[in-house]
Design a binder for this molecule. Structure first.
Ligand code: GLN
Ligand code: ZN
Length: 760
């Protein structure tokens, strides 16, 4: 039997100790020169290649490394530098590269948005301003570097034309074909040069092939690949898909490429079914993504071997490559440094390096027989089952509650009209009430205080006292500013998910589990590894304290179930929605505790609700229904007079408006200011009949908005929304702002509301 190949699709850029982040930031801070940046990042890059080789990976990706983002690399390579960053000639500079990513004194940065349904953000290419040209062939450079420095025959990775165009902006839908036409020759040139340099395989990432696609789009894909085939007839093209099953399998399988990579983790059933129904072309190799590239759980290798056996029934073994389901960009580098985690959890984790090892074990099991890796198979199986059998995953009361959720209360006692009348009776708020979204500036002082407490230099009492001082300072300020509904300010929270994760059962925190979020910014998502349970009140103390200082209502502030879910690493042994329901019930207890403690306005933030939308439209409704149910399970047991708020920081509202309405929150505040016109015009033909606040100003900038501009925002909003339901608030929390600008902006906002009220 001939041997199997193993491949990786992309390696994390950040380095084992985030050294990549440090050099980048040192460069931006003017502490090192460009030459040092390039030299240091080269070292990092080469060390990543060596590690992959040591771990036994045969087909190692190159050009997966980036100084910021791989989509930006593509734009940059094609000279697609937006005009505001100056003319680039044929050689755009590193300065322009980073200016596109981060903005400079004269030009705003390019937009950044989420890479499919991951928490990685890419820089959105702006097409339509310049003709694409090939500036430097980056994949070729990366290939030559790996070959010359390490003797590694790398597999250059690029983002394919279809995905590149789909994820870009700056053109109208009817211009799609002409944009593609411009890009094909430059893509062609990249591939031709690779072919001429002796490259064997190129990995062309086309994750957009798993999203819902029209027939016309599929024709475009066929056109693109027919053209690229001609450009580089003897280069092996691996068309790589991931994150779900491919949409038009039969047609994708027929494309003139040499290999197709499929995700058998997130697209497992769809891709397996397609293989079964349509078979796999005899002249292509299959990249079998069997190891989860974006989850952190150790694979049950024996189970994966069964999956591979199933695949071998459709595709002969010598044409299968074992690989992760997607680039390992989305998981932390290695679990080596984790010392504080409980063994039962630690044993069940697998980060990038461990995943590559798993791939090597699978390969060996098939090449040399299972017996040669029995120990590894047993170890994997028992690690997975030990965690599954542990008390963390056997909290019967939590599981029962989720199972019997249909018997639990999931709607308020009365309809909104009745509740809102009672709430008005109780609160007697003015027309157009003013409020904020929750957080106030987290100054260095606040962060230092928290660190001192965490390090043990400050006692818990001292820290608590410090937090109370901040709260009372801001209660006084909010009263002075004249806001109607106050908040405590969230000074005790580092992050809106971590804070709750640390207090709920079932969560763990790694010490080094960083992943790249965007640019040099890394996040360390909490790990939900057990049944999630409420242990004790999490927010009552600070909220009640704040309320004790004022006659005005203080809003309690919680993070919603879907946001906690979508910003964490989630278990893979139960469906995602079950974890969401577990969180929902835990939050219900918190909400009940707040209400009992006299807090009767409670905001449940869901800024990441939309982020969990599946890639396929056919699954949107299911996700949204579960999301709505989770929110309502949390928020429905309160009295009619208790006012539930929610907040979302995106304005793409139109396609999910019915679900947002179905949350039945008494008040919603939404980020608006950056695309005000769009959102407001949406309400022209869709009535929204619950309380709603459209963000009056952008909190991402230190600029203080004037009274007049906010009045004109209100004018437009109130031309389509009912003033009796309208709230006045900023776009989002004010955590990242300075004190003075915050006070000045809120003063203007309150003033604008006061002026506006006169009109009625
Ligand atoms: N309540 C949170 C805050 O004010 C909301 C943050 C968010 O929407 N991302 O910071
Ligand atoms: Zn927000």
């Amino acid at each position: 039997m001939s041997t199997l190949f193993s491949a990786n699709l992309g390696y994390p850029r950040i380095g084992e100790n985030r050294e990549w982040k440090r050099v980048l930031e040192a460069f931006w801070g003017g502490k090192i020169e460009e030459s040092e940046l390039l030299e240091s990042t080269k070292k990092i890059r080469l060390s990543h290649l060596s590690i992959q080789r040591e771990l036994g990976i045969q087909s190692i990706p190159v050009n997966d490394f980036s100084l910021y983002d791989h989509m930006l690399d593509m734009s940059f390579m094609f000279g697609l530098i937006p005009e505001r960053f100056g003319s680039s000639g044929n050689e755009p500079t590193l300065e322009q590269y980073f200016a596109m990513a981060r903005g400079n004194s004269s030009a705003a940065a390019c937009e950044m948005t989420k890479w499919f349904n991951t928490n990685y953000h890419y820089i959105v290419p702006e097409l339509g301003q310049r003709q694409p040209i090939l500036t430097v062939n980056r994949p070729l450079q990366a290939y030559l570097e790996a070959k010359q420095e390490l003797g590694i025959e790398g597999r250059p990775v690029i983002v394919g034309p279809y995905t590149f165009v789909k994820l870009s902006k700056g053109y109208q839908p009817e211009e799609t074909d002409s944009i593609i036409k411009q890009l094909i020759p430059v893509y062609g040139q990249v591939l031709r040069e690779l072919q001429d340099a002796g490259v064997k395989w190129v990995q062309i990432d086309e994750p957009s092939l798993v999203t819902t696609m029209s027939d016309q789009d599929m024709e475009r894909v066929e056109h693109i690949y027919a053209a690229l085939r001609q450009e580089a007839p003897s280069l092996n093209l691996m068309l790589q898909t991931y994150f779900d099953a491919v949409e038009h399998y039969e047609r994708v399988a027929a494309l003139p490429v040499d290999g197709i990579g499929l995700d058998f983790v997130y697209g497992r059933s769809g891709n397996l079914k397609a293989l079964e129904q349509f078979g796999f072309p005899q002249d292509k190799v299959l990249g079998a993504g069997v190891i989860d590239g974006r989850g952190i759980w150790r694979a049950d290798l024996a189970g994966e071997l069964e999956l591979l056996e199933e695949i071998f029934q459709r595709v002969s073994q010598e044409r299968v490559i074992i690989q992760p389901s997607c680039s390992l960009l989305h998981v932390p580098v290695s679990k080596k440094g984790e010392q504080k985690l409980e063994p039962v959890l630690l044993e069940a984790l697998s980060f990038a390096q461990e995943k590559l090892y798993e791939i090597s074990v699978l390969k060996k099991a098939i090449d040399e027989g299972r017996d040669t890796v029995l120990d590894e198979l047993t170890a994997a199986q028992s690690a997975v089952s030990r965690l599954n059998q542990s008390t963390h995953r056997k909290k019967i009361h939590v599981q029962q509650r989720v199972k019997n959720r249909s018997k639990e209360k999931s709607s308020r006692d009365s309809a909104f009209e009745i509740r809102s009348a009672q709430q008005q009776e109780k609160w007697k708020l003015p027309l157009l009430p003013t409020t904020t979204i929750g957080s106030f500036p987290q100054t260095t002082e606040v962060r230092k205080a928290r660190q001192s407490w965490r390090k043990g230099e400050w006692s818990a009492e001292r820290y608590q006292q410090f937090i109370q001082e901040e709260i009372s300072k801001w209660i006084v300020l909010q009263e002075k500013i004249g806001l109607d509904v106050l908040v405590h300010g969230e000074f005790e929270r580092t992050d809106m998910v971590e804070f709750f994760g640390e207090k709920l059962g079932g969560f763990a925190f790694t010490s080094g589990g960083w992943v790249q979020s965007y640019g040099s910014r890394c996040v360390k998502p909490p790990v939900i590894y057990g049944d999630v349970e409420f242990l004790e009140p999490m927010t009552t103390e600070e909220t009640v304290y704040a309320q004790s200082l004022t006659q005005k209502p203080v809003k309690g502030m919680l993070t919603g179930p879907l946001t906690i879910l979508n910003w964490s690493f989630v278990r893979n042994d139960i469906p995602r929605e079950e974890t969401a329901f577990q969180i929902a019930f835990a939050l219900r207890e918190e909400i009940e505790a707040l209400e009992q403690a006299g807090i009767e306005m409670i905001q449940v933030d869901e800024p990441a609700l939309r982020e969990g939308l599946p890639l396929k439209k056919s699954r949107h409704q299911f996700y949204l229904d579960q999301a709505v149910l989770a929110f309502k399970l949390s928020t429905s047991t309160v009295r009619d007079t208790t006012q539930i708020h929610t907040h979302m920081c995106y304005c793409e509202f139109h396609d999910i408006i019915d679900s947002i309405r179905a949350l039945d929150a008494d008040v919603i505040s939404i980020e608006t200011s950056r695309s005000h016109g769009e959102l407001v015009s949406h309400f022209e033909d869709h009535t929204y009949d619950l309380g709603i606040g459209l963000g009056m100003y952008d909190i991402h900038s230190p600029r203080v908005p004037s009274v007049e501009e906010m009045i004109s925002m209100m004018d437009r909003a109130l031309s389509v929304l009912d003033p009796k339901l309208f709230w006045i608030n900023p776009d989002c929390g004010l955590k990242t702002r300075g004190l003075e600008e915050t006070v000045a902006s809120l003063r203007n906002m309150v003033k604008a509301a006061e002026i506006y009220r006169e009109k009625f």
